[in-house]
Design a protein around this ligand. Sequence first.
Ligand code: DX5
Ligand code: ZN
Length: 230
Amino acid sequence: MAQNKKILKPNGKVSFAPSILSADFSCLKKSLKVADKCADWLHVDIMDGHFVPNLSFGPHIIKCVRQASKLPMDAHLMVSYPENFIKPFYDAGAGLITVHYESKSDTLKNIKKIKSLGAQVGLSIKPKTSLTKITKYFKYIDMLLIMTVEPGFGGQKFMTNQIPKIQYARKKINESKRKIWLQVDGGINSQTALQAIEAGADSLVMGNAFFTSPNPTKMIKKLRTVKKHV
Ligand code: DX5
Ligand code: ZN
């Protein structure tokens, strides 16, 4: 059984999670070494070709990543039936598992399944879904993921119309008095990262921007100096 490293609790700082979807899989180990040097955890995108019009990777790849990296992993399940995949990805080594509110299965059941395994829970909404649909789940979750692109592909443009939702999510998280990461995913680069942080995000997923950067360590180091706005 792979080791399930937990993600640290929100600590007043902004955290960075490279999305391996954009990594060069012909030299994945090398890419992971770069992430190990500067990131807080890895973000792994699981796509079923049904919930989103794309396929990514299965538990075997995640198990290999677990062995090649020292970082914890969050598994972002972009699948229609998360209940079929929660355990396989937990067994492969994900410490936090994120499900979508828009999946075909019951959100509370998915949350309880993740918790029953001892994993941390993430809940995500797509750009067109209102945050008000999921505030009732805040008492169970460790991370809220606001999608800032339509899920399915790396390298898309950050949707600035999601900024009010990020701001509102920050307000609701603060009101809940719970330690919940506010993660944003999609189109985050060194510029849009500033907008997301300003709006209240404290966990930034970076795919394309991280793995195409000539110096990702320098980029992350610089972004760590940006003052968190909450
Ligand atoms: C998109 C995925 C993202 C993706 C982000 O559906 O959920 O995690 O890897 O990639 P960038 O940062 O390139 O938009
Ligand atoms: Zn993702």
